[in-house]
Design a protein around this ligand. Sequence first.
Ligand SMILES: Nc1c(C(=O)O)ncn1[C@@H]1O[C@H](COP(=O)(O)O)[C@@H](O)[C@H]1O
Length: 165
Amino acid sequence: MQNASPLVGVVMGSSSDWETMKHAADILSEFGVAFEARVVSAHRMPDDMFAYAEAAEGRGLRAIIAGAGGAAHLPGMLAAKTLVPVLGVPVASRHLQGVDSLHSIVQMPKGIPVATFAIGTAGAGNAALFALAMLAQDDAQLRDKLAAYRVRQTEVARAMSKDLI
Ligand SMILES: Nc1c(C(=O)O)ncn1[C@@H]1O[C@H](COP(=O)(O)O)[C@@H](O)[C@H]1O
């Protein structure tokens, strides 16, 4: 669903974040929600990052999932420049395992919120599920798909017991 007009932007500070962020993209694909994936570094391409944030609402984006590692300023800077909700994903960093990324994203000053998720792939997946839950507020079909996803997940969890003694 990368050709239809995107509803969700999946952005990241570097292509090295894609291993993590593709877990968000995979879930959006699974649910058939149009999205785009872009590298938009606040540090390395600040003007592009500003332009992306400024255009987001007019382009019809309903959520931006932003992943970054280390001094992870991207989600907060995007949030500073747009009213589109920003969902921050701390990417695991080489030396500090993403605790630095988490703290960078979660410690926003009052007034500019970033919804912050867990470090790594679980956070990326949950950010996508959260974006879907927001979109499902006015999309009954999507709501049904989310409900079915939960049912399947429960079945998988229940089946786990059979492998135990
Ligand atoms: N945190 C940021 C930002 C930003 O916040 O603007 N731009 C790049 N980065 C991060 O730098 C890490 C290393 O990047 P490289 O692998 O390209 O050296 C990545 O996790 C990226 O998100």
